[in-house]
Design a protein around this ligand. Structure first.
Ligand SMILES: [Mg+2]
Length: 306
């Protein structure tokens, strides 16, 4: 439902020339005069859908709320600047609403301090519904240095910045947004497109391919699989690579890198943070290569035609 709604919303939205990039990327890009553009992103987390506050420390939920937004800024090559926090706090919880709000707030503040980001405003309400949290983050990027999803070209390498899968065992809360990658590669002409991996490599790669009007061929044996994903196999009954393709909330970056720039990118980031897992192709859709044969991949990572 979400993608078709986003497509409609993008079409329906009122436009102004100062919005250089609107709905559909990791963040919006606004011309605010001067040499830098303003980058804005927002994310909501809900009790029951994104967390269970009886099972996860409230401060940890607050930390994640900031990190998911900062990850979107890193995906745009932006430098983070400020966040705005809105909370709808339940009155029906046996814990005091003030205490719930202050614990979330402490978690948000911790990550803001870590990344030198200002907490610049927000809104707090009490209601008889569940805990709902929303955060908007802003950053800056020099005109012309922003990374978009739509710049991948046929023959670019599909590059990920770290091991994937199994984030449910902890990484979904306790990750570091990849600002290091943004800082080291910002302005590098070899980076054609970027986004963060929030919904799983296969889903997010397809989004980048669609935005770039191209396709992607993955080489499954090159995909870096996290130790957590390998451990999960014992209980999930899936293949490790299925976790790496489909789990989501990895918050690594997915990059389209010009083939002649890859060696340099790998030298800048280190081999463990620049892993080529395939290449973009003019044939739209998602594919996997095995030997000399190419198969179509479905979004869940299940392989057709085997
Ligand atoms: Mg994103």
């Amino acid at each position: 439902m979400e993608q078709s709604f986003v497509a409609w919303a993008k079409m329906r939205a009122h436009r102004l020339p100062q919005v250089k990039l609107g709905i559909g990327d990791d963040a919006a890009l606004m011309d605010v005069g001067g040499t830098q553009d303003l980058v804005v992103t927002t994310d909501t987390m809900m009790e029951g859908t994104h967390f269970r506050s009886a099972e996860v420390e409230l401060r940890r939920i607050g930390r994640k709320l900031v990190r998911v937004n900062l990850s979107d800024l890193a995906a745009m090559a932006a430098e983070p600047e400020a966040v705005f926090l809105s909370m709808c706090v339940p009155t029906s919880d046996k814990r005091a609403a003030d205490w719930i709000a202050s614990e979330i707030y402490e978690g948000v503040c911790e990550v803001c301090e870590q990344h030198e980001v200002a907490l610049a405003g927000g809104d707090t309400n009490c209601w008889d519904g569940p805990l709902v949290l929303s955060l908007t983050a802003t950053g800056r990027v020099f005109d012309g240095q922003v990374w978009r999803r739509g710049g991948a070209q046929a023959e670019d390498l599909i590059v990920v910045t770290g091991p994937l899968g199994g984030s449910i065992t902890g990484k979904q809360f306790d990750f570091t947004p990849r600002f290091d990658v943004a800082e080291q590669l910002r302005g590098h002409v070899g980076v054609h497109a970027a986004m963060d991996i929030s919904d799983g490599l296969s889903v997010d790669l397809l989004r980048m391919c669609d935005a770039s009007s191209c396709g992607g061929i993955l080489e499954l044996d090159k995909i870096p699989i996290s130790d957590a994903a390998k451990d999960l196999v014992e209980t999930s009954g899936k293949q490790p690579v299925e976790h790496a393709l489909g789990d989501g909330e990895d918050f690594e970056l997915l990059l389209a890198i010009a083939p002649d720039s890859f060696a340099e990118v790998q030298e800048i980031l280190g081999a463990e943070s620049a892993i080529a897992v395939g290449e973009f192709t003019s044939r739209t859709g998602l594919w996997m290569r095995e030997g000399s044969r190419i198969y179509q991949l479905t979004l869940s990572g299940y392989v057709h035609g085997r």
